[in-house]
Ligand binder design. Structure first.
Ligand code: GUN
Length: 305
């Protein structure tokens, strides 16, 4: 039986470690401050930002959400970020992506003060990751490392294959695994013989956003599979095909109108992996708690505690 890597359990453990650090900051100076910037009405982004601000408030931080109109210009958004950069009570700034097409996303990410960039997406922080220097690190890759370490899955000397080369997950997770002495390969849409490359992996990270792309053909027996994909299936036929007519999944689809699946085929994971993250309940909870950890780290640096 494979080990199911329980992201909710690890999230709860990390939260409990953060609570006393937050209480200490609040007692000594002030609670950590977090500002989330949400542009427009993308429902997924609204949900993410609500969860991030609520989690930070539940932990005792001082957080605020800035909801801005879809029609905002790059210059207007730059002015808002610059103001947050100067505020002494704000330790972490997160600009939720994606931004509307008229906004220059790279300029916005570049404008966030690197010491408040709790997403770890500023080129300064990305550069530190490449150079092996301490800095704020992207949340999902940092969460994946926590998961591997806390389940005592060896990394050094292992073959790691990362499927997906995004700035948010694929590239930084590859760098973090390299830093821990894995032998790392990054695959993408132009990779030839994807299944053959994936089958070499002791640690296989799937971060492409393609429902159940990785099958038994891609998974070496006993491998650890980290599934970062959160794909919403909105057709009954797709649910029936991917979940092999599972009565439970079809009933969930009838009830909610959609069902989630990761980038790996859930049956292939159960049959071949040695350990894997479920979807939902695997990587997802860790992304948010690592954001909280970045805010606390940043507040401790700002308040010199
Ligand atoms: N959109 C989807 N994931 C993320 C994330 O981790 N950070 C930001 N800023 N936007 C996102």
């Amino acid at each position: 039986m494979p080990t199911i890597l329980d992201g909710n359990r690890i999230r709860d453990a990390i939260k409990e470690e953060l609570r006393p650090r937050i209480a200490r900051l609040a007692a000594a100076k002030r609670p950590p401050g977090f500002a989330a910037v949400l542009v427009g009405n993308n429902p997924a982004s609204e949900t993410y930002v609500r969860t991030k601000t609520k989690t930070s408030q539940d932990l005792g931080m001082c957080s605020q959400k800035l909801a801005l109109p879809e029609s905002i210009t790059t210059e207007e958004l730059l002015a808002i970020v610059n103001h947050l950069n100067t505020r002494k009570d704000v330790d972490g700034i997160l600009v939720q992506l994606p931004l509307p097409p008229q906004v220059d996303t790279k300029r916005i990410l570049l404008s966030v003060a690197p010491d408040k960039d709790v997403d770890g997406l500023h080129p300064y922080n990305v550069g530190c990751l490449v150079a092996g220097l301490p800095a704020l690190r992207p949340c999902t890759p940092a969460g994946i490392l926590q998961l591997l370490q806390r389940y005592e899955i060896p990394i050094a000397g292992r073959r790691a294959v990362v499927v997906g080369r995004s700035d948010l997950v694929g590239k930084p997770v590859a760098l973090i695994l390299l830093e821990r002495n894995a032998t790392v390969t990054i695959c993408h849409s132009k990779t030839t013989d994807l299944a053959g490359v994936c089958r070499e992996a002791d640690i296989l990270v799937a971060a492409v956003g393609r429902p159940a792309l990785l099958t038994a053909d891609h998974i070496k027996p006993g491998a650890t599979v980290i599934d970062v994909g959160i794909n919403s299936l909105e057709s009954r036929e797709e649910v029936a095909r991917i979940f092999r007519n599972s009565a439970e999944k079809l009933a969930a689809f009838e009830r909610k109108g959609s069902v989630l699946v990761g980038d790996a085929d859930p049956f292939a994971l159960a049959e071949r992996a040695g350990a894997y993250t479920p979807v939902p309940g695997g990587v997802g909870p860790l992304t948010i708690v690592m954001l909280m950890a970045n805010i606390v780290d940043s507040a401790e640096r700002h308040l010199e505690i």
